[in-house]
Design a protein around this ligand. Structure first.
Ligand SMILES: [Zn+2]
Ligand SMILES: [Zn+2]
Ligand SMILES: [Zn+2]
Ligand SMILES: [Zn+2]
Ligand SMILES: [Zn+2]
Ligand SMILES: [Zn+2]
Ligand SMILES: [Zn+2]
Length: 1754
């Protein structure tokens, strides 16, 4: 298809390219009807350029459009070549001081918490870094796209509105200067013409709705039959649905379908088929048919190609306009003018209006293009911003309604611009006064919430999904209201007052619809059938919370407004509840001679609602009257006389009683919805405008009532009136009614009621209620939060109410009340309450939940006990009430209150059964305490003239009146203090009595009304004092004794430490979890220790006993006994890799015999060190497997481990494992035959071995020649000359028990299977190689960890590591016994040949390409297979030593060849030492052997240093290897860290200190070897610079360097675009911490196929970068991601912390984040230790939801 089109396209191109921009512009300049001329040009050319086939060619289209279409316009506009014209304009321009940068998705934005007017004011990174705010408290977020930088907007910032860059232009701003003065008349006129035509054209074509017909003036004559089938996006259908449908409808591949779907999702539309009408129509019908089943179908249109062409150009044109106005503010102003000019149709006919009003009909791509243009034009021009704001406000209702019915996200709606307009304070104010914006918003909002009940209240009961969706969208209007109110006026005009109050009226209408909504009735008998809808109402309440608060803030600013608002609010409340007594029977209540009339109403029987926003708003305003003192200044203006206190308190009281009853379990049958409502009612998100205000309303009402009356009404509403009004009711109650539930219920209700009284009298920390300020209020909140426990910053923030700016005010006071404790390597920074603040603790703090209250009580009592104080928690001293509320204290000394107290105390004294509770008593004691504190304060502050009217002490000293004649409250307290059943409250009662006496003393001294005294109290007092003194004395003695013992103990300890200093030092160094395994056997301690060779230190056999963790039986590890195994985990690893681009391509053909020195893919073995019987493990594993199969059938769930792959969790520690290693004794001892004294030297040995190898090779050849008869074979054998004592027909007997042999095979096969990722095959010749390789690789990785951490080589290793290395080495050494002897011999021959040339072995790697340690391990461990047939008397040890020396020599040559020392003149002055001379000589030899290709280095000192440094890691690995192989204890020098242990290592390894001696001692063969090594072609290529080679020592791999400031990472990621979908921003940019690659994660665009499955970019990357294991940083989320394989993953805490020592996963809080190096090191350590997979396993076991995540899609 494409090839057919090609010539046509070419032809068009030519004709188009001939079109000259200058000529066209010239024609236009002459034109009389410019519009017609331009339209004709467009009509002719646009369809020729755009949309010429099924797929767009954006680059070509852009090029042609610029040449043919836009070029002429630029010429016309400039009147000359735009290449000169535009720069001229730019120069003449006085640029704006606004930044206005439009944010990309994911770009970091900054807001200053100190200076931003509201949180929507943000800066781009560049401006932020150049502003004063970088040193302030800032907040960082990532943009969701849209919105622009507010730098330079003086209204957005209280301080520092300009960054350095934008300040330059502000020196001489004249705000009102007309930017047009910088342009010439001609340019203005031409610009005006062309802008008007082009803008109109774009608007016309974009809003065009016909599908096959163009506007008349664009219509062309010959119209082709070419159409597009255009698919539009919606938010209803899923990606999968669209992809599936497309594959069916247009017959495309899945890949193409994904491409279409991605574009549709991004741009809002995409043509999915091109062709004639019929062809497109057919696709359309299939799509519609396929998607209309459950939902409304996908939107598809068949559009004529020329329409699509014009629309595409229309978009291009809008972007072009946006670019052109960037040259000059004058051009921008002209565009604004053109856009806002009213068209011929009057109102709403301007181009801007037309676009806005068609917004919801446009597709996503078109919307964002014109929104961007609006932002860069209308919103950047101060004059037109205002005019645009007015247009926006005028269309507000329509735009919002369009948005609500549309289904696109808000960011794609023009309605979203409200945040840019309404948050500008001057605009907001202007729109309120001139356009009545407040009222419009509220009315629009109400219009969309139409469901009302009979009383006109909102009704959300029948709330469908669609309604819920719409409701969510409607809520955005509340945000608009918030934006409008966010900046408070500093000055009020009459206009503003009037319009605000009008808005307030509308708002009251809204609240009125909420007052009493969702009423509930208590369910008795049956449980409710369906949970009623409650969330919608609470969502509304929650969203409105800030608005309600802000309304109050506005009212507080102006006395007139406040008074008016108060009146209006009261009037509305009266409308709601005015007639609340109608039809209800009044009743009379009386107690203690007081009586009151009220209505008969029971919460438990009638309707009650939690939603009372009108009365709560009134409560808020009432407090403001008090706070602003308006109540005292203008009492005559207030309708105070109209207030009916009983009416005010009625509904809040009902609501609180409801809470109490729910708590008492009376509403159980009403289900969870009620429980949830009560929860939110108290929750920090709602309480400020719900629960808190209900308390205030009660305080308001009660302050205007007789407290006795109030208490009686309260008793009645709590349905407790009977109990307290009837003498002896309590007694009767408990004896007669024995229904336990009812008693329990009543007890709870009494407790709740007492709590409510405590709150009404005690909650004085709202400014206006008590004489406090906002700081006191927040301090008190924090003190009480921290009384529960120390808290992290974020935890504390969460528990405090936020204002509309998301501020809690915490920072300003936290220092005063708390200490900050920094975090360690894990955990978070914590705030701890200062001890001096503990006295402000109030046990009955009203924001405590029940759980919090009991936790706080416990914590505070514990603290007191620790400080050796009594444990009473008396009420704190409270601030005085404001005058308006002052009378509230009288509740405490009112008769009814005293009666209630007396009754409860009486019950406690009589203590008969369960009709009372301790909590009840505790609350009464608290109330008494409060009263005493109050009285004491009154006395302290009393002045001469005044008499203290608060006489609580007097009242409680009097006995009760007839008829019950109960004793006085005081007397009862005295009785109770000795009651044995009240031990916990003793301290509190004692505190009360003490305070009582103190008050009495004050009263006596000031001779105010004397208090009746009783002898008893004094007596009590003195005996109590004595009692106390005695206890104190005893406590003191006890304390002294304790101290003495402690002193003695620490003395003893010190002695002990002195004596055992070394030992102690060691234990200190040990990690708590590790145990030192130092195999120090006493007999070898004085000898020089040698790890290998004929002179190897002989170690006596140690018997080893181990216990099986499964059956707990002990067993000795022996050759012939049952196998014991360690749980182990084998994994592929690239941790040491020096070449991440290399990985095993075809595992079936891969030959692992030689490990390349880049260590690109190794096999690591780890173990948790837990030991089991092999058969116990088998049984365990079988049961795990069976269970897993059953579970999968049942639940189809995943587990954290993959049983099918042999994975299981260690039965003891749940560590992920996939095989077991057998425990073995040192295997060499078994095979070592007697040492015959005369052992060959290296040269001789090599000769012998070479002969043996030759013999074997001949033998193999014979065997493999099939046509020779067996007899002939034997003949040949005889002819063959065998080296002396070599018996190749000998096959040694395997000494191990069957069970051990089985385990040797099991582990060997597992290593092979995992290491190569192949199917298990125990016969494969590569099995032994993989075992040796894993042993070598694991030792190398541990050597690296020890070196990196500067730990000694043989220091105390954690047990599990030590056990693992020992078992692994011994296993690898024993494995040959279960492998085929000839295979192992074959491996040995090949490995040997790589160092000692052998004509029969071709194709061996050059020594530059061999990792020498792997080679050594292979040779040493394969050698027994050869040696076992050698009866000449050469011992294994001799072989080990010679192999080791030979490999070491090769390594030295390797190091010298690759040590490209930088040519520095740092030659040693000193005469060269022995080593230096020797190495110099060796280097000369090398120089010769390489044909002088090797660079000449004259300095022996340098060379020797290179050799020493380069060989250290190798020597260390060898020391570990031979130590574990032969069991020789390590020399003590190597057990401590310190300077290089080169000499000690050499001694231990039986090496000369001057390593070069190896060459000199064996000079017969040295020369030969060196020549063969150097003559390799690869060496030559390397030396001539044609290839690379690894040099030594290899540096340790590290994770990439991360920047200190997290925002630079965000910035980096925001510039990253998806590598597959051409310049698109990636949604989840993810950084590989191993190699630094940025990936486009979690997205369809970057999925690739891996082993037949689609996987995300991260998973795919782990396969190349980490052989399946990956460590990533998800940049947007600030989250570390660990991946292993396709199914395993977890999130890990990121190494970035804020100033409060907390991470911010998900970047929700936005505090500045900085790199914590220690935490990053910890992640690196996990990686180095190969613990990532294990970490994932543990995380998944701890949190099962992690198992369900599709990790492979990340
Ligand atoms: Zn900026
Ligand atoms: Zn700036
Ligand atoms: Zn600032
Ligand atoms: Zn066992
Ligand atoms: Zn374990
Ligand atoms: Zn992508
Ligand atoms: Zn990587």
């Amino acid at each position: 298809m494409a090839s057919e089109l090609e010539p046509e396209v070419q032809a068009i191109d030519r004709s188009l390219l001939e079109c000259s921009a200058e000529e066209t512009a010239g024609k236009w300049l002459q034109a009389t009807d410019l519009t017609r001329e331009v339209y004709q040009h467009l009509a002719h050319y646009v369809p020729k350029i755009y949309c010429r086939g099924p797929n767009p060619f954006p680059q070509k289209e852009d090029m042609l459009a610029q040449h043919v279409l836009l070029g002429p316009m630029e010429w016309y506009l400039c009147g000359e070549d735009p290449a000169f014209g535009f720069p001229k304009l730019e120069q003449a321009n006085k640029p704006s001081h606004l930044c206005g940068r439009v944010f990309k998705v994911g770009e970091p934005t900054y807001s200053c918490r100190d200076c931003a007017v509201d949180p929507t004011c943000v800066l781009c990174m560049e401006c932020f870094l150049g502003s004063i705010h970088r040193d302030h408290r800032y907040r960082m977020t990532t943009s969701g796209g849209g919105g622009f930088c507010d730098c330079g907007d003086t209204e957005a910032w209280k301080e520092g509105p300009y960054c350095q860059k934008h300040e330059l232009n502000t020196s001489e701003i004249e705000e009102e200067e007309d930017p047009l003065v910088h342009l010439s008349e001609d340019v203005i006129a031409r610009t005006y013409n062309i802008f008007a035509i082009m803008f109109r054209y774009a608007v016309e074509i974009l809003t065009w709705e016909k599908e096959s017909e163009l506007p008349a003036d664009l219509e062309i004559v010959e119209k082709s039959d070419t159409y597009y089938c255009m698919l539009f996006n919606d938010e209803v259908h899923t990606y999968e649905q669209v992809i599936y449908t497309l594959q069916k409808a247009v017959n495309c591949t899945q890949k193409e379908a994904i491409g279409f779907a991605t574009t549709v999702d991004r741009d809002g539309r995409r043509s999915v088929r091109y062709g004639d009408f019929q062809y497109c129509e057919q696709a359309k019908s299939v799509i519609v048919r396929n998607t209309s089943r459950q939902t409304k179908p996908l939107k598809v249109q068949v559009m004529h190609s020329s329409i699509v062409a014009h629309q595409n150009f229309g978009l291009k044109l809008l972007s072009w306009l946006g670019n052109v106005i960037g040259y000059s503010d004058g051009l921008r102003r002209i565009l604004c003018q053109v856009g806002l000019q009213e068209g011929p149709d009057g109102e709403n006919s301007s181009l801007v209006d037309r676009l806005m009003l068609n917004d919801s009909k446009l597709w996503k791509g078109a919307r964002s293009v014109y929104h961007q243009l609006f932002m860069s034009s209308l919103l950047m021009d101060l004059k037109y911003k205002k005019l645009f704001a007015i247009r926006f406000a005028k269309n507000y209702e329509r735009l919002q309604s369009d948005y609500v019915t549309d289904d696109h996200d808000r960011e794609f709606s023009i309605a979203d611009l409200s945040v840019q307009i309404f948050t500008v304070p001057s605009l907001a104010r202007m729109l309120i006064t001139e356009e009545n914006l407040m009222t419009i918003i509220i009315k629009t909002f109400m219009d969309h919430l139409r469901h009302r009940d009979a009383q006109g209240r909102f009704q959300f009961e029948r709330y469908t999904a669609l309604q819920a969706f719409k409701f969510r969208r409607v809520q955005s209007l509340i945000f608009d209201l918030k934006y409008v109110l966010i900046s408070k006026p500093t000055e009020w005009s009459d206009d503003l007052r009037q319009k605000f109050l009008e808005g307030f009226d509308a708002f009251l209408e809204l609240l009125k619809c909420m007052q009493g909504m969702d009423p509930i009735t208590r369910q008795v008998g049956q449980h409710i059938e369906m949970e009623p809808e409650w969330e919608a109402a609470f969502t509304l309440q929650m969203k409105l919370t800030h608005v309600i608060s802000m309304m109050q803030d506005w009212c507080a600013l102006d006395e007139k407004v406040l008074i008016e608002a108060y009146k209006k609010c009261l009037a509305v409340l009266m409308q709601c509840h005015g007639g609340f007594t109608d039809g209800e029977q009044p009743i009379t209540l009386s107690i203690c001679g007081h009586s009151v009339e009220t209505i008969r109403y029971c919460v438990s029987q009638e309707k009650v609602s939690i939603h009372l926003p009108v009365s709560r708003l009134l409560a808020g305003l009432h407090v403001l009257l008090s706070k602003s003192e308006v109540a005292y200044k203008f009492p005559e203006l207030l309708p105070l006389s109209e207030l009916s206190p009983p009416m005010l308190i009625e509904h809040p009281l009902r609501c609180l009683v409801l809470c109490a009853q729910v708590h008492a379990g009376m509403w159980r049958r009403n289900g969870f919805s009620l429980v949830n409502q009560i929860y939110y009612y108290h929750n920090v998100k709602c309480r400020r405008e719900m629960f808190d205000k209900d308390i205030v309303m009660l305080q308001t009402g009660v302050s205007m009532m007789d407290p006795n009356h109030f208490l009686m009404i309260m008793l009645s509403r709590f349905e407790l009136y009977q109990i307290f009004s009837t003498p002896d009711y309590g007694k009767r109650f408990s004896s007669e009614i024995t229904h336990k539930d009812v008693v329990q219920q009543n007890n709870t209700l009494i407790e709740e009621m007492l709590y409510l009284i405590i709150m009404i009298v005690g909650e004085r920390f709202s400014p206006g209620v008590g004489q406090v300020n906002a700081t006191d209020e927040i301090k008190r909140e924090i003190i009480h939060q921290l009384s529960i426990k120390p808290m992290a910053h974020s935890e504390l923030v969460k528990s405090l109410p936020e204002d509309e700016n998301k501020e809690t005010g915490m920072e300003s006071v936290i220092e005063a009340v708390a200490h900050f404790k920094k975090p360690g390597l894990t955990g978070r920074g914590m705030y701890e309450l200062k001890p001096e603040c503990a006295k402000e603790f109030n046990l009955y703090f009203y924001h405590f939940s029940r759980a919090e209250q009991s936790k706080a009580e416990e914590a505070q009592r514990k603290l007191k006990r620790q400080n050796r104080e009594d444990t009473a928690l008396p009420p704190p001293v409270l601030p005085p009430f404001c005058p308006l509320f002052a009378s509230l204290v009288n509740i405490l000394q009112s008769d009814v209150m005293l009666c209630i107290m007396r009754t409860v105390l009486q019950w406690a004294v009589e203590h008969n059964g369960y009709a009372w509770s301790e909590s009840m008593l505790q609350r009464v004691l608290h109330l008494i305490g409060m009263a005493l504190q109050e009285e004491k304060q009154h006395l302290d502050n009393v002045t001469e003239e005044h008499v203290v009217t608060f006489t609580f002490t007097q009242k409680i000293s009097k006995p009760g009146e007839a008829p019950n004649n109960s004793p006085s409250i005081l007397a009862m307290l005295e009785t109770l203090q000795n009651a044995p059943y009240l031990d916990v409250h003793k301290d509190m009662i004692r505190w009360i009595l003490k305070t009582f006496n103190a008050i009495k003393k004050i009263r006596e001294s000031s001779s105010t009304s004397p208090v009746a005294e009783t002898e008893g109290t004094i007596m009590e007092e003195s005996s109590r004092d004595k009692d106390k003194a005695e206890r104190k004395r005893k406590a003191e003695i006890a304390r002294l004794r304790r101290e003495k013992i402690m002193a003695q103990m620490s003395e003893m300890q010190r002695h002990f430490i002195d004596e055992n200093k070394e030992l102690f030092q060691q234990t200190l160094e040990l990690d708590a979890s590790t145990s030192a395994v130092l195999d120090n056997s006493p007999m070898v301690s004085n000898m020089a220790l040698t790890a290998l060779g004929p002179a190897q230190t002989q170690v006596p056999e140690q018997r080893q006993f181990v216990t099986c963790i499964l059956c707990q039986e002990e067993q000795e590890v022996k050759v012939e006994s049952k196998a014991m195994v360690l749980a182990a985990f084998v994994q592929r690893s690239t941790v040491l890799s020096k070449n991440r681009s290399k990985f095993i391509q075809d595992p079936e053909k891969y030959d692992p015999l030689f490990m390349h020195p880049d260590l690109s893919c190794g096999t690591h073995t780890g173990s948790c060190g837990h030991i089991m019987h092999a058969h116990c493990w088998q049984r365990y594993f079988d049961s795990v497997q069976a269970k897993e199969q059953r579970r999968q059938q049942r639940l189809r769930l995943h587990t954290s481990y993959d049983v099918e792959n042999g994975e299981f969790l260690c039965p003891l520690c749940e560590c992920l494992s996939n095989t077991v290693i057998p425990l073995l004794l040192p295997p060499r001892n078994i095979f070592n035959r007697l040492n015959i004294s005369d052992q060959p030297k290296l040269t001789q040995w090599i000769k012998t071995i070479s002969q043996q190898i030759k013999a074997l090779q001949v033998l193999r050849k014979e065997e493999n020649t099939p046509n020779t008869a067996s007899s002939k074979n034997l003949e040949n054998m005889d002819e063959l000359q065998f080296p002396e004592g070599f018996r190749p027909d000998f096959h040694p007997k395997n000494p191990y028990s069957e069970s051990i042999k089985e385990m040797l095979t099991t582990f060997g096969t597992a290593t092979y299977k995992v290491g190569l990722k192949v199917h298990p095959n125990e016969e494969d010749p590569r099995v032994p190689i993989m075992c040796w390789g894993s042993c070598a690789y694991t030792i190398q990785s541990i050597e690296r960890i020890l070196s990196d951490e500067d730990k000694p080589l043989f220091g105390p290793l954690p047990c599990r590591l030590d056990d693992c290395l020992r078992s692994l080495t011994r296993f690898a050494a024993a494995h040959w016994t279960v492998a085929s002897l000839s295979v192992v011999q074959g491996h040995f021959c090949k490995l040997f040949a790589s160092l000692v040339p052998d004509d029969n072995q071709g194709d061996l790697p050059c020594i530059l390409d061999i990792d020498m340690f792997h080679l050594l391990v292979g040779l040493v461990l394969a050698f027994p297979a050869l040696q076992c047939q050698d009866f000449s008397g050469i011992s294994l040890g001799t072989g080990d030593l010679h192999i080791f020396h030979l490999v070491t020599m090769a390594h030295i040559v390797q190091i010298l060849l690759t040590s490209c020392t930088e040519e520095n003149g740092m030659d040693q002055e000193n005469p060269a030492g022995e080593e230096e001379l020797a190495v110099l000589a060796l280097y000369k030899t090398l120089h010769q052997c390489t044909g002088s290709a090797l660079k000449e280095i004259p300095s022996g000192w340098h060379l020797w240093r290179n050799v020493r440094n380069g060989i250290m890691p190798f020597l260390k690995c060898c020391a570990l290897f031979f130590h574990y192989l032969n069991g020789v204890p390590s020399p003590p020098e190597l057990q401590v860290s310190g300077t290089s242990h080169f000499e000690h290592l050499c001694n231990y390894l039986s090496l000369p200190n001057n390593l070069i001696c190896l060459f000199q001692e064996n000079n017969e063969i040295t020369k030969l070897l060196i020549e063969s090594w150097c003559h390799n072609i690869e060496v030559k290529r390397y030396l001539e610079g044609e290839r690379d080679a690894i040099s030594y020592p290899r540096e340790s791999n590290k994770l990439i360097d991360l920047p200190e400031d997290y925002s630079s990472l965000i910035n980096q990621a925001s510039n990253f675009s998806c590598p597959k979908s051409g310049g698109d921003k990636s949604r989840a940019p993810t950084l590989c911490l191993v190699c630094g690659t940025l990936l486009c994660s979690q997205s369809y665009c970057c999925q690739t196929e891996l082993e037949g499955e689609d996987v995300g970019a991260c998973t795919a990357h782990t396969y190349s970068c980490g052989s399946g294991v990956g460590i990533f940083l998800r940049v947007r989320e600030c989250q570390v991601l660990f991946l292993a394989g396709k199914t395993k993953g977890c999130f890990y805490s990121p190494p970035y912390l804020d100033d409060y020592g907390e991470t911010d996963q998900g970047l929700r809080r936005g505090n500045p984040l900085h790199l914590c190096k220690e935490r990053f090191k910890k992640i690196q350590k996990l990686w180095h230790q190969h613990s990532i997979t294990e970490e994932i396993g543990h995380a998944q076991e701890a949190n099962q939801t992690l198992v369900g995540i599709d990790w492979q899609h990340l």
